[in-house]
Design a protein around this ligand. Structure first.
Ligand SMILES: Cc1ncc(COP(=O)(O)O)c(C=O)c1O
Length: 388
């Protein structure tokens, strides 16, 4: 099968499939709403994934399931091929989802009351995980430039380290601001954390969505000690409903501590369909993924043209990675609440910038993981809402 522009243009109809993006949204905002919000895509997963699921479903018993060495092996092969990371199967732990991994890492690597650094605006559950585990939230907001570009504020990170923060949770590539951190930026951050003996959890769930000339640098190719990477096939191959992710850690004692924490909190992994689908995606999904990346690259260019033409006062952050665009709408309305109310009246929804914490109000996150006709329609509807 050819994973061409036409294949991705076609997309698929998701209404009536327990789909959070479409069904939950239509219940709240009515049937004509166009949902450009939660981070999954309106494309079919690779045929190899569907075939693996159908094959397993055809065997009519679904009992307790063994995780096999080849499950981790498939992940290791994929990361070596696509990102140049060499990791052994024993360094891979299976977890139900990346957010579980963030919580486990916080619980394992810090004590109640310890400071945990995040860089807002960032994926909301970073903040929620620090708060829910009784740790001290240390926000070192990203520096925002007038052209929409963001950078790390290492002085702000250092101020928290000086006041005793023990751990940082980094989003790489960054949701929602679209940065793909360079090797130099990551090395500078690691050196700083190292000076204070702080550890790093790096959420790399968006690793596969990077557009040339930018290149993704896996954190574990730079440093193994004191570093945990979290990854999944769920964003890349649209499998989020299956609940499967991985925690990569090259330190045996840390893995043992995390295992104990998993036991203590009753976290188990081994969903039979998730394991089958994930292995198929990692082993047989490359051609589909290459087609997807080329399609999304075209979509992000289209989005830039649409915003320039129809929302000239909005600022779109340079989208180096992810399929989530970050739009500064403050020239039209000062708060996300106002932007969203207007957008809903015009029949389109996004993820409100306030979900991402400090620095997010007045912004919208636009999901372009869909056929281009939706991107076009969504921006036109938003323009009607904001320009009238
Ligand atoms: C940066 C980031 N981490 C984690 C997740 C959620 O992953 P999971 O469903 O595996 O918890 C998302 C979903 O959008 C995300 O953007």
């Amino acid at each position: 099968m050819k994973f061409s522009e036409e294949y991705f243009d076609e997309g698929l109809y998701r209404v009536g499939t327990r789909c959070e993006k479409w069904d939950a949204c239509r219940q709240e905002h009515g049937e004509s709403i166009l949902p450009l919000w939660v981070a999954d895509m309106d494309f079919p997963s690779p045929p190899a994934v569907q075939n693996a699921l159908l094959r397993r479903a055809a065997h009519p018993t679904y009992g307790y399931t063994a995780v096999e060495p080849d499950d981790a092996g498939a992940l290791c092969g994929f990361w070596r091929r696509r990102h140049g990371l060499t990791i052994a199967a024993e360094d891979v732990m299976m977890i139900p989802c990346v957010v579980t991994g963030i919580r486990l890492a916080i619980l394992t690597l810090t004590q109640p009351g310890d400071g945990v650094i995040i860089q807002s605006p960032v994926y909301g559950p970073f903040r929620f995980s620090v708060e829910a585990t009784g740790r001290r939230l240390c926000d070192a907001p990203l520096t925002h430039h007038a052209d929409g570009r963001y950078e790390m504020d290492l002085d702000a990170v250092e101020a928290h380290l000086r006041s005793g923060a023990r751990l940082m949770v980094l989003c790489s590539p960054h949701n929602p601001v679209g940065r793909v951190w360079s090797r130099e930026e990551l090395c500078a951050l690691l050196a700083l954390l190292g000076r204070y003996g702080a550890k790093l959890v790096c959420d790399e769930i968006h690793a596969d969505f990077v557009y040339a000339p930018k290149a993704f640098t896996p954190i574990l190719t730079l440093q193994q000690e004191g570093v945990i990477s979290l990854c999944a096939a769920s964003k890349t191959f649209n499998l989020a409903g299956l609940q499967q992710a991985s925690l990569l850690c090259m330190e045996e004692e840390v893995r043992a501590k995390i295992s104990r924490e998993m036991e203590r909190s009753g976290v188990r992994s081994g969903n039979i369909f998730a394991l089958e689908a994930t292995r198929a995606a990692y082993e047989e999904g490359d051609a589909w993924l290459d087609g997807l990346l080329s399609y999304l690259d075209g979509s992000r260019r289209l989005l830039r043209e649409l915003v320039a033409a129809h929302l000239p006062k909005a600022v779109l952050s340079p989208m180096e990675g992810t399929y989530l665009a970050w739009l500064d709408g403050r020239a039209y309305a000062p708060t996300t609440a106002e932007l969203m109310t207007k957008a809903h009246k015009a029949g389109v929804t996004f993820t409100g910038g306030d979900f991402f914490g400090q620095g997010g109000d007045g912004f919208l996150r636009v999901n372009i993981g869909c056929p281009r006709r939706y991107v076009e329609e969504g921006i036109l509807r938003l323009a009607v809402a904001l320009e009238s």
